[in-house]
Write a protein that binds this ligand. Structure first.
Ligand code: PLP
Length: 516
């Protein structure tokens, strides 16, 4: 027996299998897939999981969700997903800071951002799912993953999909719009099936360009006919990116019991720096499964649309400016996974969701009913942190705890301190500090985001700046993947135009040059 997936807008027809949901990404009609049933774990089962290696914990959760792949395949894929590619045997260890704060370090993967937790796993399941559907004669094509990125997702997706069979990956980033470290991480990516383009434009142009290519029926038909290729995406609306994130919340609770930080059954709160609502939604599913999580605390930066929504019940982007902050991966106005959360909190009312989503695209806002709002208030709390307070938190936590955090983690840490009650708080730490070295340097030296860095610092590469920070702080933990970027060969230097035709001809050129 296996679990099936329904969609949040009730338009996709018959429920589909896990493998189909992974390969499709988005459901037909624009909704998102959610599992028909959510498995329950007992407290004993949660605590027993902590005794297994992380890969086996992950496999247990996938089996509890009854994915339609056999148990040996799941065991094998998880061993590949969570092994030596992480620089800590625990995969995502917890740093307990002694002031009641427990920091879940989700950045020990190959690209040093929490996206690795899902993107070391999803590509393996994507390839296995596509192979299964080909074997069953359901599909006969291969795939090209097309990704628009503002930084973290692109590299994590490249690292995850590199050299996976039957699939290629092409990433577009805004030319001049990502940090030196982020650009070098992408343009030095190895692998036969990978391509990276800088796009003349900003992140919005990249995203709009990608959507236009996905929606160009003629182009898609041509790729299918001439190359037997279907386009797909790896963004966080894919259920295959969400399920790996459920694992670490169940796992973290068991680990906190095992290490004696809490007693089995004690409630904890979880605080998550939130953008697209994927990470915090995974914590909600972990709670639904039986993990004793009491409050889910949603931390926002100056783009505080989610904080306002959780505190008022109205989601409103009609008069909201997009603000650039030191935590760019949370600079988001349309938070796509909120749709899944609302579907769950309305008792799976697809009609209500469809209506709100139509309001959002027509009026740039929607308001939930009072009953749903009460449910949101029962599970969630939220606050936002401005850019100056974010940088001040990086400095304060370093001075008080001798622990260096990145700006995204700092947003969550500050909100956790403001909103915490009796329960221990698990703070999700989503990036290594060395991915955001220039903001960390500003924080430690008290230089505001609007002021220039000293001239000798401006001249440094991202890697050199990180080494300077490591020397000054004595925090000598720059990940291997970030330390040697200056020495790595640049493989991709092409800058393309943002027009759909330019992206499409670049896609064709790439596909002509590879053998997937
Ligand atoms: C993607 C990202 C986030 C936001 O996570 P969501 O699941 O989109 O809410 C936060 N911090 C970092 C470093 C990220 O890369």
């Amino acid at each position: 027996m296996s679990n099936l997936y329904i969609d949040t807008r009730g338009k996709a027809g018959e429920p589909v299998s896990f493998t189909t949901a992974v390969v499709n990404g988005l459901a037909e009609g624009g909704g998102l897939y959610v599992p028909q049933s959510i498995p329950q774990l007992s407290l004993d089962q949660i605590c027993a999981l902590a005794k297994l290696p992380y890969a086996q914990r992950a496999a247990s959760i996938y089996k509890a969700f009854e994915v339609d792949l056999d148990d040996e395949t799941v065991d094998d894929l998880m061993a590949q997903a969570y092994g030596r590619n992480f620089d800590d045997e625990e995969i995502c260890p917890i740093a307990s800071l002694g002031n009641g704060m427990h920091v879940l370090e989700l950045w020990h993967g190959p690209t040093s951002a929490f996206k690795d937790m899902a993107l070391q796993c999803l590509p393996l399941y994507f390839s296995a799912s596509a192979q299964k559907l080909r074997d069953e004669g359901v599909i006969d094509n291969k795939f090209l993953i097309l990704v628009a990125t503002s930084g973290d997702t692109g590299k994590a997706a490249l690292a995850g999909f590199a050299d996976k069979p039957g699939v290629g990956i092409a990433v577009m980033f805004p030319d001049g719009g990502v940090s030196d470290i982020q650009r070098k991480q992408m343009v030095t990516q190895e692998g036969e099936n990978v391509m990276v383009w800088a796009v003349r434009g900003n992140f919005d142009d990249c995203q709009t360009g990608a959507k236009a290519v996905f929606n160009d029926a003629e182009f898609n038909a041509k790729l299918a006919e001439e190359k037997q290729i279907a386009l797909s995406s790896a963004n966080s609306i894919n259920w295959g990116r969400l399920l790996p994130q459920v694992v670490y919340y169940v796992s973290a609770y068991g680990k906190m019991v095992e290490s004696g930080q809490i007693q089995a059954g004690d409630p904890i709160d979880v605080c998550v720096p939130t953008g697209n609502f994927g990470n915090i939604l995974a914590a909600w599913y972990a709670k639904q499964m039986g993990t004793p999580i009491e409050r889910l605390i949603c931390a926002s930066n100056d783009n505080r649309v989610l904080t306002d929504f959780i505190n008022t019940g109205t989601y409103d982007i009609s008069d909201r400016e997009f603000v650039l902050t030191p935590s760019p991966s949370m600079d988001i106005l349309v938070s796509s996974n909120l749709e899944r959360q609302l579907f769950e909190l309305t008792g799976r009312n697809a009609q209500a969701i469809d209506g709100w989503m139509r309001d959002l695209s027509a009026d740039r806002k929607f308001r939930v009913d009072e009953e749903t709002f009460a449910k949101i208030r029962a599970d969630f709390a939220s606050d936002s942190v401005n850019s100056a307070d974010c940088l001040a938190t990086v400095k304060r936590v370093f001075e008080e705890q001798n622990y260096l955090i990145d700006p995204h983690t700092a947003v969550a840490y500050e909100v956790a301190e403001r909103l915490r009650g009796e329960n221990p708080v698990l703070v999700a730490s989503t990036a290594h500090w060395a991915k955001f070295g220039s903001s960390v340097y500003r924080a430690l030296h008290g230089i505001a985001g609007s002021d220039p860095l000293p001239e000798d610092v401006q001249k440094l590469t991202g890697c050199e700046l990180n080494r300077l920070i490591a020397r000054e702080t004595g925090v000598d933990n720059i990940p291997a993947g970030l330390a040697d970027l200056d020495e790595k060969a640049v493989r991709f230097e092409q800058v393309i135009e943002r027009e759909t035709a330019s992206i499409e001809s670049s896609v064709e050129e790439f596909l002509a040059s590879v053998n997937l």
